[in-house]
Design a protein around this ligand. Structure first.
Ligand SMILES: *Cc1c(COP(=O)(O)O)cnc(C)c1O
Ligand SMILES: *[C@@H]1O[C@H](CO)[C@@H](O)[C@H](O)[C@H]1NC(C)=O
Ligand SMILES: *[C@@H]1O[C@H](CO)[C@@H](O)[C@H](O)[C@H]1NC(C)=O
Length: 497
């Protein structure tokens, strides 16, 4: 914050100006070369770094990107991120900044707020949005800071069952998530048989634990949540309901999965997953009447100030204005009819992926998907998540290992999570997904062969994969085939690499 510093500065302004003018005149003469170097393209000024970026671009282009939380953003978003907005300090809210020069920054942030509400059909009478959180995790922490007192109680889906770290996570040895260090977190779980959320058990635990806040949100779960049920449980125990729609915010905006807004007090999201925006976070909060008491008096929500103040000055400093502009343009794109079609295809592709893998004998948690991702349980094919993830990466298919319901250890998970947002962006439809299923199946069969020979240890498995001539050749051939296949599909905003 500048406050005090600004006043001191003013007293010295005159002197400083004179000194500055003199220095500036001298510098104009001597520093043309310095300015030139500030204007040099990255590829000339820093070829080492530029080369690494080019390599990453090529990796993204040649591979099959199936990490469920990743997507290729649009050119418009990338242009905002590389803009002059990155230069500006603007602590505070639009119209109430601690710095001058924010005329246009204010308009950009207000536009981002307005479009964020519009993307979800929210009226500004009942909802507000804070678009300053730097990402999803800081957005969640700001909510807890705003409405849960230190060591207050929070319930979220357990991490091994598909929740997110920020919903609280601790082991027998230590508290891992800051949500569990600074607050008291209690997990709820899925039914290990069905993989579905066990709402009965959630209600029972909530009645005992009496949390201030319950979180409805997932990072690895392929079914829509029952927000109405969450609301009933929250009302039963007097808790706030925060929905964290980070993974599904694009699907929600397109109306292809139920929206959490009707039943929630607060909704948080990232903007870089299914929404296709920049890496950033948003907090939506309710305004207006919360309830009417027995005497007929209206009780109002008081979330707006608490949340805005938790974000700044509570947790953050200057907003990232280039990100906020990129959020504004992503929200505009999310209102276009094309976006809806796209999201529908994302879900169709995920369903095709699920059905295709099932037809080859793989077990899919919850037996399918309503969303953009699936969780493959590899226990019946005698592979671990780590071994599968490793060999898939070797053949240019990016995904991540993941715990499946019933897993004993989070360190050695039994599944992999696969998502379709990024491939759908590149124009993949069901028939292409069938080809992907074939690639995955062939790769995992090879993994089994290697695993049977190497034994259970991952080091032995990696060694064999890289050093056995036959296996090495097979892996290289698969990789070549997959990269050739993948490079037929365009990548938006990334034409030349
Ligand atoms: C990804 C995710 C987050 C955190 O987002 P970051 O931008 O990685 O900090 C929070 N909640 C859920 C449910 C997520 O999936
Ligand atoms: C918003 O309303 C439009 C028009 O009624 C509808 O098509 C769209 O699905 C709605 N979006 C959301 C997120 O509710
Ligand atoms: C992924 O990005 C593309 C293009 O940038 C966009 O059209 C699409 O909506 C995004 N995916 C999801 C799931 O939102």
């Amino acid at each position: 914050m500048l406050g005090g510093a600004a006043i001191v500065c003013k007293q010295h302004l005159l002197n400083t100006c004179k000194i500055f003018a003199r220095t500036f005149r001298n510098q104009v003469k001597m520093s043309t070369s310095a300015i030139v170097s500030l204007n040099t393209n990255l590829w000339d000024s820093d070829p080492e770094l530029y080369d690494l970026i080019k390599k990453e671009k090529k990796r993204q282009f040649l591979g099959l990107e199936m990490i469920a939380s990743e997507n290729f953003t649009s050119k418009a978003v990338l242009q905002c991120l590389g803009s002059c907005l990155s230069n500006k300090y603007s602590e505070g809210m639009p119209g109430q900044r601690y710095y001058g020069g924010n005329e246009f920054i204010d308009q950009i942030e207000l536009l981002a707020q307005k479009r964020s509400l519009e993307a979800y059909n929210l009226s500004s009478e009942n909802w507000g949005a804070n678009v300053q959180p730097l990402s999803g995790s800081p957005a969640n922490f700001a909510v807890y800071t705003a409405i849960v007192e230190p060591h207050g109680r929070i319930m979220g889906l357990d991490l091994p069952d598909g929740g997110h770290l920020t919903h609280g996570f601790y082991t027998a040895q230590r508290k891992i998530s800051a949500t569990s260090i600074f607050f008291e977190s209690m997990p709820y779980r899925v039914n290990p048989e069905t993989g579905l959320i066990d709402y009965e058990a959630l209600l029972k635990t909530a009645r005992l634990f009496r949390p201030k806040l319950i979180i409805a949100g997932v990072s690895c779960h392929s079914r829509a949540l029952d927000y109405k049920k969450f609301r009933e449980i929250c009302d039963d125990v007097g808790a706030y309901l925060m929905s964290d729609m980070a993974h599904i915010s694009g699907l929600v905006a397109a109306g292809v999965t139920p929206s959490p807004f009707e039943y929630s007090d607060i909704v948080t999201t990232t903007t870089h997953k299914s929404l296709r925006g920049p890496r950033s976070g948003i907090i939506f909060f309710r305004k207006g009447v919360r309830s009417v008491n027995a005497k007929g008096e209206k009780i109002l929500y008081d979330l707006e100030n608490k949340i805005n103040q938790a974000v700044f000055p509570g947790l953050q400093g200057g907003p990232h204005n280039h990100q906020i502009a990129a959020v504004a343009t992503a929200m505009k794109l999310a209102k276009e009819p094309e976006f809806k079609k796209y999201q529908e295809q994302v879900v169709l592709n995920a369903k095709a992926l699920s059905a295709g893998l099932q037809s080859k004998g793989y077990k899919i948690v919850t037996d399918g998907t309503d969303l953009h991702l699936i969780l493959v349980d590899l226990r019946n094919v005698k592979l671990t998540g780590s071994k599968a993830e490793y060999i898939l990466e070797e053949v240019a298919i990016a995904c991540n290992k993941n715990t499946v319901p019933g897993d004993k250890s989070a360190l050695n998970p039994s599944g992999i999570r696969l998502g379709t947002p990024a491939l759908t962006t590149r124009g993949f439809v069901e028939k292409d997904i069938n080809q992907v299923v074939d690639f995955i199946d062939r790769t995992l069969k090879l993994a089994r062969e290697i695993g049977e020979k190497s034994g259970p240890k991952i080091v032995d498995y990696k060694n064999l994969l890289h050093n056995d001539e036959i296996f090495k050749t097979k892996v290289a051939a698969l990789k070549k085939e997959i990269e050739e296949y993948s490079s037929q599909f365009p990548m938006p905003g990334h034409e030349e690499y």
